[in-house]
Design a protein around this ligand. Structure first.
Ligand code: ADP
Ligand code: ZN
Ligand code: ZN
Length: 744
């Protein structure tokens, strides 16, 4: 039983760094927990303060004699702040971080909020008049105006920013409707909710049998106190969201609150409106565009009970609800649920821990569940629900695989196979839209010599550089640039050139081959500017282009009903990314990309071009057979002992001095080996990171693999302590990543 407690006496943001250590009196030692509120003496004299226990320890940081003693536990139970603090402690231990970093992640950042104003759009014409305008816009193919007015017939008023961002509207479209006397722009204070709904819809439609069965069973289990997470495996368009709404309604009726996590890129206006329409102004949405003040304001409203359904990306998980009843995680397989800064927590696992503390249930949903979750659903840790049909019975797109090796043998060196080109001609002839998908950006891929195989790399970052327009070679880590070489620097051969696999280059080629078609490109380069992303999607949705060429950005979120053909130009690019999740990621990407075809009336086709047509990721994605994919993937994970069969901890070391880094990595390895001893934990490395040098900083990785997560958490704790004591290696940086989502 720990003898000392680290206590935080003020959780306002600026003081989070300061914890104070106290002795735990004998009588309290048994029951004191992290997160409990305690009364402690503070400063000189008899002043006392209330604080939270953030850590229990046997390590005394001062002279034990000079430590004061905790006076009392001020409340039984653990209050909300205490729960979040305990969650931070759990995250710190499992993912690696300082307590301060963990606390900053879970506690709302306190900022002075000025009462700010925002604009809203108010419809000023009657519904009947709106009808005739809708017909007019439709006839004239003014789709942006149509979208805006359609939204305003659903609800009498809507937030300006919500409308412009999530309906992809320009200021001029809004202004036009204002000039036409259709709407008025009004200014309101910030604390008002962004949407007013005319009438809350209890049930806009009856649930299908499958939806009903899932919802009823999850409700029944919740009532019975079964706290196992539920996984809803439902094909796209099977109506998962409707099930979430039903479950949330149930929880709200009980006086409890709901958190809904949706990847930001998938949170469309339509989805947001479905929540507003059902639950009215109890709903709030967090997104990365909110300022710190706005964000804090929304979190405070949640604490006060004015907001009861919080929707947002990963960090919405820490909404300070007093009486949390449910956490929904949509698209639970998404990599964006893993934090990229310490603590590198996974929102799914952390949600399950928070729900455990709060007595809430977790509901996960996906068309392509993560291998982790599906495995837990198979072994009974989670409960599995399947929605196998689309709500309106539409067929899933048909998928064809094209062997690029065969194309090459037939003398076709283009990035478009014969079959894809033929289908493109057909679609263009019918006035339908096409999406071409390439998971790489830039004018072309890496530059290599066909004579000797030499690849041109950035001298600072050790990554291959990409050839851009105007003969520039660019490093995508540090931005270093060089002019394009005419001769190979290694062998002098003139046969040096680019691996043709960039979105820009693909777009140029498509333009050349289909001179009549209007082509749009969407990748990191074209979306660098604020709103760049929105503008391109808007233009495409409005039919201003026939073909959209893009990176993975185009496979998520918005529906484009006129798209009937999706081409995946080179599936191999993600297949050989060099980490154990590459096959899973490829399956998910291909399934999602294929799902973009045929959302409207017309049936859709997806064409997957690849050099590896026999790879199971590609075969099963083409067959849209999640079950087979899962079986084969799990076999591979078992064989190699990768998660979810085992756990993998990446210990990432970096530093400016190469020798110091090598020395540090060696010592880390020696220490770890000592602690591992004869246990079953495996140590791999140290190895250079995939990118061994970024911005003149060298990087190395040591991997630890173990059956039990706890074994790795314990080793990490020891290593963190060891690190604190070793002053000579401290110029090096150490970071942990438990079960990383990609390679290092
Ligand atoms: P998913 O999240 O599984 O992709 P959604 O919940 O978005 O699917 O549902 C797809 C579409 O079907 C939505 O437009 C939704 O309004 C509609 N829908 C869902 N359930 C029903 C139902 N029971 N009856 C009629 N329409 C439904
Ligand atoms: Zn060469
Ligand atoms: Zn570089």
């Amino acid at each position: 039983m720990a003898r000392y407690a680290n206590v935080i006496v003020d959780i306002s943001m600026e003081k989070l760094d300061r914890t104070f250590q106290y002795r735990i009196p004998e009588a309290l030692r048994k029951d004191l927990r992290v997160g409990m509120q305690v009364v402690v003496p503070f400063g000189k004299g008899t002043r006392t303060l209330t604080g939270y226990v953030v850590e229990l320890t046997d390590v005394c940081e001062f002279e034990p004699a000079r430590l004061k003693e905790i006076e009392a536990v001020s409340e039984k139970g653990i209050p909300l702040e205490g729960q979040l603090i305990a969650l931070a402690q759990w995250m710190r231990r499992n993912y690696g971080a300082t307590m301060n970093q963990a606390l900053k992640t879970v506690l709302p950042v306190r900022k002075k909020v000025r009462e700010k104003t925002r604009r809203k759009l108010v419809r000023v014409i009657s519904l009947k008049e709106a009808e005739s305008f809708l017909k007019l816009f439709e006839r004239k193919h003014q789709t942006a105006r149509l979208r805006l007015l359609a939204a305003l017939t659903d609800t009498p008023e809507v937030d300006y920013r919500l409308a412009s961002e999530q309906l992809h509207l320009t200021a001029s479209t809004i202004k036009k409707l204002e000039e036409m006397g259709i709407l008025r722009v009004e200014t309101v204070t910030l604390s008002r909710n962004p949407v007013r709904v005319s009438k809350m819809q209890a049930h806009p439609f009856d649930l299908t049998k499958a939806q009903q069965a899932a919802a009823e069973d999850i409700k029944r289990r919740r009532m019975a106190g079964d706290r196992r997470p539920a996984l809803i495996h439902g094909v796209t368009g099977s109506g998962k969201t409707a099930v979430y709404l039903e479950l949330i309604a149930d929880v709200l009726a009980e006086g409890r609150e709901a958190i809904v996590l949706i990847p930001e890129i998938a949170l469309t206006f339509q989805t947001a409106m479905r929540f507003y329409k059902r639950f009215g102004d109890q709903v709030s949405i967090l997104n990365s565009r909110l300022s710190a003040g706005e964000r804090y304001d929304q979190l405070e409203r949640a604490r006060r009970g004015e907001v009861r359904v919080m929707i947002g990306p990963r960090s919405a998980l820490f909404t300070p609800f007093q009486n949390l009843g449910i956490i929904v995680i949509d698209e639970e397989h998404e990599a964006s649920y893993k934090s990229e800064t310490a603590p590198r927590y996974h929102a799914r696992e952390t949600a399950i821990e928070r729900a455990r503390m709060a007595g809430a249930v977790v509901v996960l949903g996906s068309a392509t569940p993560s291998v982790e979750s599906y495995e837990k659903a198979q072994n009974g840790t989670y409960c599995l629900y399947k929605l196998e049909q689309r709500v309106f019975g539409q067929a899933l797109p048909s998928v064809e695989v094209v062997d690029l090796r065969q194309e090459l043998r037939m003398g076709n060196r283009s990035i478009l196979s014969g079959r894809l080109r033929e289908l493109m001609e057909d679609r263009l002839g019918k006035g339908q839209q096409i999406m071409l998908f390439l998971n790489r950006r830039g004018y072309a891929g890496f530059v290599s010599c066909r004579a000797c195989g030499h690849v041109l790399k950035c001298p600072h970052c050790d990554v291959s550089m990409s050839l851009h327009m105007g003969g520039r070679m660019v490093c995508h880590y540090c931005g270093y640039e060089e002019r394009e070489r005419k001769k190979c620097p290694s062998c002098g051969s003139p046969y040096i050139g680019a691996f043709r696999a960039g979105t820009q280059q693909a777009a140029e080629l498509v333009k050349r081959e289909f001179p009549g078609a209007r082509v749009l490109r969407m990748d990191m380069d074209t979306t660098k500017n604020k709103d760049g992303h929105e503008k391109i999607l808007e233009a495409f949705a409005e039919g201003q282009a026939d073909i959209l060429v893009g990176t993975q950005m185009i496979v998520k979120g918005h529906d484009f009903p006129a798209v009937t053909l999706v081409g995946i130009l080179a599936a191999d690019l993600s297949l050989y990314a060099g980490d154990y999740r590459a096959s899973e990621r490829t399956f998910q990407l291909l399934t999602q990309a294929a799902g973009r075809a045929g959302r409207g009336q017309e049936e859709g086709i997806a064409v997957i071009q690849t050099y590896s047509p026999d790879h199971y990721s590609i075969v099963t994605a083409a067959a849209q057979d999640y079950g087979s994919f899962f079986q084969q993937e799990l076999r591979y994970r078992r064989l190699m002992e990768y998660p979810p069969v085992a756990h993998l901890l990446a210990v990432c070391l970096s530093g400016r001095e190469k020798e110091q880094l090598e020395d540090g990595a060696g010592r880390v390895k020696t220490e770890l080996q000592k602690w591992i001893g004869s246990s079953s934990v495996q140590l791999i490395g140290p190895a250079d990171a995939y990118v061994a040098k970024v911005n003149d900083i060298y990087r190395k990785v040591v991997y630890l693999k173990a059956k039990e997560l706890e074994q790795l958490a314990e080793l990490k704790e020891q290593l963190e302590l060891f690190w604190q004591e070793q002053t000579e290696i401290q110029p090096l940086n150490i970071q942990f990543d438990m079960n990383p989502m990609s390679g290092y």
